[in-house]
Design a protein around this ligand. Sequence first.
Ligand SMILES: Cc1cc2nc3c(=O)[nH]c(=O)nc-3n(C[C@H](O)[C@H](O)[C@H](O)COP(=O)(O)O)c2cc1C
Length: 211
Amino acid sequence: MRVLIVYGTSEGQTRKIAGAMATALTRLGHEAHGIDVADGTAASRLAGVGAVIVAASIHIGRYQRAVIRFVREHREPIAARPNLFVSVSLAAAGTDPTDRAGIAACAAKFGVETGWRPDEIVHVAGAFRFSRYGFFKRLLMRRIARRKRVAIDPHGDTELTDWAALRQATEAFAARAAAATRRAAGPGLPAAAPAAGATATGGAASGPEAA
Ligand SMILES: Cc1cc2nc3c(=O)[nH]c(=O)nc-3n(C[C@H](O)[C@H](O)[C@H](O)COP(=O)(O)O)c2cc1C
């Protein structure tokens, strides 16, 4: 099965998450590509894929504008295939009910803005990336880290992403998408074979590999 992972990112963590998902899918024998929505080629890659994952991160309660635009313009081909929305945030790292309600509301608003009702929404914890922040973001994020009592490296990056849980969610999605594809193909037809020469793109790094 060919899987397109379209993502938006502001500081790079969602790219890494998309890369880890592509790697997990490739290990299962699928062909997976992570494409940054900002590079403008995602729409042309929709044709011919068997499943779609959209990933975006929350900044002040909103996802990347380019992702909202992409999904709004292409919601029909996305919805016609097994699909998944991956919402990346810091609130997803904790269990605070107010924070959890906040990110659920962000995802619901995304649904209203795009007109897309994902088959499934997965909330994934992101990262503090002080290496990428300017002066004001640094102040804001230090304050949030203090308030949430997260130990951070004030000059480097602190990942809260649970790579093992992400891999499990990716594997569950692959199983669901493959079953849906088999059902759509009808009885008596062989299961879709894994793509030959499967490749992963998207920049998985040492963290997810080690998970
Ligand atoms: C300016 C700023 C605003 C943010 N706002 C939120 C927020 O409203 N809720 C939240 O849970 N996380 C928030 N975050 C955390 C990001 O979602 C998190 O750092 C994520 O890993 C960013 O992913 P990206 O590197 O792919 O953009 C914010 C981060 C920054 C830098």
